[in-house]
Design a binder for this molecule. Structure first.
Ligand SMILES: CC(C)(COP(=O)(O)OP(=O)(O)OC[C@H]1O[C@@H](n2cnc3c(N)ncnc32)[C@H](O)[C@@H]1OP(=O)(O)O)[C@@H](O)C(=O)NCCC(=O)NCCS
Length: 156
């Protein structure tokens, strides 16, 4: 299993395993801007790949505001259900952490719906809650708090 930047040829596996609510076309369309962000910007869409299958992904982005350049945010974090709880989440966060450190960031951020497994997993990965917006998410007949978490990036 390796953690690496996303490639064009990942589209089908990424859609099937991680973004099954999206179409293949929607998933494929995410990849060129992600590659451009890696080459010319300060974002990195990472995948966990095993034998050609994408089992997980996250994107780490450095904040653009001049007063927030020391912060990076993890978004689009998904581990395929069969691979959850196997340590992939930690490997992806470690790789995101390394990217953010290379940009000179000192704070890594992430967010999720409160009360879900993601909140437990992010705490388990060392993130601490700094904000909670009650009923920040509405999903048909359900509401969730929006939970904001952070952890320090240790210097390399
Ligand atoms: C959120 C998600 C990416 C987390 O990945 P995961 O594989 O399920 O995470 P894990 O269960 O391995 O948990 C991560 C760590 O937290 C720990 N952990 C999990 N639940 C815990 C709990 N209740 N208490 C303490 N630690 C806990 C795990 O042991 C693990 O630590 P380890 O690497 O030392 O074993 C994954 O569940 C997922 O893709 N969910 C669906 C999509 C989603 O909700 N994405 C988030 C959108 S914000």
């Amino acid at each position: 299993m390796i953690i690496r930047p996303v490639r064009e040829e990942d589209a089908a596996s990424l859609q099937q395993n991680c973004f099954s609510a999206n179409t293949f076309e929607q998933t494929a369309a995410m990849i060129p801007p992600a590659i451009d962000g890696l080459e010319h910007g300060e974002s990195a869409m990472l995948v966990a790949e095993e034998n050609g299958d994408v089992l997980g992904t996250c994107t780490v982005e450095r904040l653009a505001h001049r007063m927030c350049r020391h912060r990076a945010d993890i978004v689009g974090f998904v581990i395929t259900p069969a691979a959850q709880g196997t340590g992939l989440a930690r490997k992806l966060v470690d790789a995101a952490n390394q990217r953010a450190r290379d940009w000179g960031c000192s704070i890594l951020e992430i967010s999720c719906r409160g009360g879900t497994h993601a909140e437990d997993a992010y705490r388990g990965l060392g993130f601490r809650v700094w904000g909670r917006l009650p009923e920040g998410y509405r999903d048909r007949d359900q509401t969730f708090d929006e939970v904001l978490l952070w952890k320090p990036i240790s210097p390399g």
